[in-house]
Design a protein around this ligand. Structure first.
Ligand code: ADP
Length: 274
């Protein structure tokens, strides 16, 4: 696959937080894929996430974990600019998230259950959609089709290219959506509990695929309730329950008490089936 390596456009005009101007830790922001600084957000006057500062660099594999209702999806929407912080700032690829408009750089994979079961189109057509940001609604050229072909190969779905999405298993469908992201040359994959409802063998293969894509340089941001998968695959864990309880390497997370504190229980979430 060929991740889009074009440099982030830095249109730092009006309300851009020129945060690197007043950063004294000299950390260059150029590699930051996502950066949240002191973010608060609530749908009502009650805060749902609070005091969130978080930076994800290119090439990382980050999992966001936390109990139901802890703000994981909200945090993701803030990162992607689908919601705007009440306080603080959110940027993606160096631009304020709410103004970022190069959707082709972000591949989003939702829960399989939420994919439309009515979609009467084939896998190839789904993957072809990944080229639309590049060609408009014009015709795909040979190079575009080659990219579609490669994306299908990469996710192991070439044999299913002409099958309708409605006729796929959950795991196959998720692979098709990953292929669409690859075809769009996304360099960030955002996945919201992608393996809910996917059978066990397919789950493992799915995570192996994510590992290899991350190995090829794609940044992976995963919201996941399956802590076994998280600890096995992610390099970094962000444990959330309104605030960040832990943010660091997966090994340290496993040894920390963050999980018990965030979940309000010492229940054995790790290695369990739940
Ligand atoms: P998680 O993804 O960790 O389950 P969410 O971010 O979905 O958590 O939700 C965090 C809190 O925000 C929950 O209390 C939820 O009920 C509330 N919430 C989520 N979406 C909305 C919305 N669109 N309007 C109002 N409240 C919402």
């Amino acid at each position: 696959m060929s991740a889009n390596q074009s440099p982030p456009t830095t249109t730092a005009d009006d309300d851009t937080e020129t945060d690197h101007d007043h950063r004294d830790d000299a950390a260059p922001s150029t590699d930051a894929v996502v950066e949240l600084t002191d973010v608060d957000f609530g749908y009502t006057s009650t805060p749902v996430v609070e005091d969130i500062s978080l930076r994800i660099d290119a090439g990382e594999y980050v999992a966001v974990v936390g109990p139901n209702g802890s703000g994981k999806s909200t945090l993701m929407k803030l990162m992607l600019g689908l919601l705007r912080p009440d306080a603080g700032s959110a940027s993606i690829f160096g631009e304020p998230s709410h103004r970022f408009d190069d959707g082709s750089r972000i591949g989003y994979v939702a829960q399989h259950a939420s994919a439309s079961k009515e979609m009467p189109i084939t896998v190839r057509e789904v993957v072809k959609m990944g080229r639309f940001p590049h060609v408009g609604f014009g015709r795909l050229g040979n190079e575009d089709w080659a990219i579609v072909h490669d994306a299908l190969e990469t996710v192991g779905m070439s044999a299913f290219a002409d099958r309708r999405v409605t006729q796929l298993s959950g795991g196959q469908r998720q692979r098709a959506f990953i292929a669409r992201a690859l075809a769009s040359e996304a360099d960030l994959l955002v996945l919201d509990e992608p393996t809910v409802g996917v059978d066990v063998e397919s789950v493992e293969a799915f995570y192996d695929l994510l590992d290899s894509l991350n190995g090829a340089g794609i940044t992976v941001l995963l919201i996941e309730h399956d802590l076994g998968a998280v600890t096995e695959h992610a390099d970094r864990v962000v444990c959330l329950n309104r605030e960040i309880y832990f943010d660091g390497p997966t090994d340290e997370f496993v040894e920390s008490d963050a999980l018990a504190r965030a979940f309000g229980t010492a229940a054995n979430f790790l290695g369990g089936d739940a």
